[in-house]
Design a protein around this ligand. Structure first.
Ligand code: 5GP
Ligand code: MG
Ligand code: MG
Length: 194
């Protein structure tokens, strides 16, 4: 973690504590998950629902790794809470553009922590009567495993530390890091960059 990291703005490089999952590992895992999704949905067409903004990177890479025909929709939700934890009180900032009734829907998520956001989202989407509704999350933290939500595809189970990169932000920064890592205590204490 010096000041030069490939794909990382020099101004941000010093803020990274530890790389938890490398860019290569992420790419390989998305390929593996895509193959599983292809096998499971053979002969069908999938509607990928990405949850903005964190899921944009996994959405971009997953959708291009799939052989299954897909269309994409995006939703933006905000869960009230601090910069580093969520409360389960969810508000729709941007809804889907079209109906999902009768469609095979795969929700594409960046990370599940408490699971509160996803649990709310699944209930909301289920009420729109899709033919099927499953979830792919690139990362999952320990707490989420105790919550009663069925996540069909999980990329990596990671420790409960707050992480950034590959779509995940702190104060809207760090989303473009090609890997996922922790922030230094100094970077966290300094607060979200503006
Ligand atoms: P949950 O409701 O499962 O606690 O978390 C919902 C959302 O909070 C995630 O989709 C993600 O956007 C954000 N989040 C949860 N954990 C982390 C984390 O470690 N880092 C970042 N940057 N965002 C997180
Ligand atoms: Mg998310
Ligand atoms: Mg965020």
């Amino acid at each position: 973690t010096g000041t030069t990291m490939p794909g990382v703005a020099p101004a941000l490089a010093g803020d990274i504590g530890e790389v938890l999952v490398s860019a290569d590992e992420i790419a390989r895992r998305i390929g593996t998950l895509a193959a599983r999704v292809d096998a499971d949905y053979a002969g069908r067409e999938l509607l990928l629902v990405g949850v903005l903004k964190g899921a944009v990177m996994v959405m971009a890479d997953l959708s291009r790794a799939l052989r299954t025909p897909v269309t994409m929709e995006f939703m933006a939700v905000s869960s009230y809470g601090s910069a580093t934890s969520s409360s389960g009180v969810v508000r729709i900032l941007k809804d889907l553009d079209r109906s999902i009734e009768g469609r095979d829907v795969l929700v594409v998520e960046d990370i599940i922590d408490s699971g509160l956001t996803l649990s709310w989202l699944l209930k909301n989407l289920r009420s729109r009567q899709p033919a099927s509704l499953e979830v792919l999350a690139l990362f999952r933290k320990p707490e989420a495993i105790t919550v009663d939500i069925d996540v069909r595809y999980v990329g990596f189970d990671i420790p409960s530390a707050f992480v950034v990169g590959f779509g995940l932000d702190y104060g809207e920064h760090y989303r473009t890091l090609p890997f996922v890592g922790t922030l230094t205590p100094e970077a966290i204490a300094r607060g979200p960059r503006v």
